[in-house]
Design a protein around this ligand. Structure first.
Ligand code: ZN
Length: 228
């Protein structure tokens, strides 16, 4: 259903599929805002280091590691409130140990790596914050849905629509086209299986509880569940 105009106002299609561009692309506005010096391409007769080229090369050569560091942060900080700008900056500054330490005035490879993780994480968390507005399940499953969404983000035609709980299990709705359907279904299977092992309330290990209702909860949350 496309956006409609009702009484002179645009009513957005709430079921519009939500897509994710590659992290490097969505990080660009954050790079421009926080590291304008890196964005500016030096002129050809410039003696200074071509920062932009170094930054792009880090993404070209190290994107798997950058993305792994982004996922490591979001696994450790599954709740959105934990993902403050300060926590992100602190995490990014500790990344890139594989490059060793640089104590020179020049920006070394490690610095570019840390910048890439920093702006990549800001972009990723902002994107996922929006994704959470489309989820109707409890917080404990949000990270599972994020991982599903990221896994499908490169699939042509994929778009996220919603997530909810059904019979104690995660239920995902999304769009995809025939060539990518199998990849999406595989990611969906991983997510629904994970939901049956994860407390929907808190994200800690849980199991499917039955008896009148069906819900996947940890030992702590199953205790008060029937009182809700
Ligand atoms: Zn729990």
């Amino acid at each position: 259903m496309p956006d409609r105009i009702v009484a002179g106002r645009v009513v957005p299609d709430r079921r519009k599929a939500y897509r994710m561009e590659p992290i490097q692309a969505i990080a660009e506005p954050f790079l421009k805002e926080l590291y304008p010096r890196v964005v500016r391409r030096p002129s050809t007769d410039d003696e200074i280091q071509p920062w932009r080229t170094c930054y792009d090369e880090i993404w070209r050569d190290r994107s798997d590691e950058i993305v792994a560091d982004i996922h490591a942060f979001t696994d450790v900080h599954p709740v959105d409130e934990q993902r403050s700008d300060g926590a992100i900056k602190h995490w990014a500054s500790g990344c890139g140990e594989q490059f060793g330490n640089h104590h020179t005035d020049m920006l070394g490879d490690r610095s570019y790596y840390c910048i890439a993780v920093h702006v990549g994480l800001l972009a990723y968390t902002a994107h996922m914050r929006e994704l959470r507005t489309k989820m109707n399940c409890e917080h404990g499953w949000h990270r599972i849905v994020e991982r599903f969404h990221y896994a499908c983000s490169g699939v042509v035609g994929y778009g996220f629509i919603g997530a909810s709980e059904k019979w104690g299990m995660l239920s995902l709705s999304y769009r995809c086209e025939p060539p990518g359907a199998e990849a999406c279904r595989a990611a969906e299977e991983v997510a629904t299986e994970a939901s049956l092992r994860t407390c929907e309330r808190c994200g800690r290990p849980g199991e499917l509880r039955t008896g009148g209702w069906r819900k996947t909860l940890c030992d702590e949350h199953v205790a008060g569940w029937h009182d809700d």
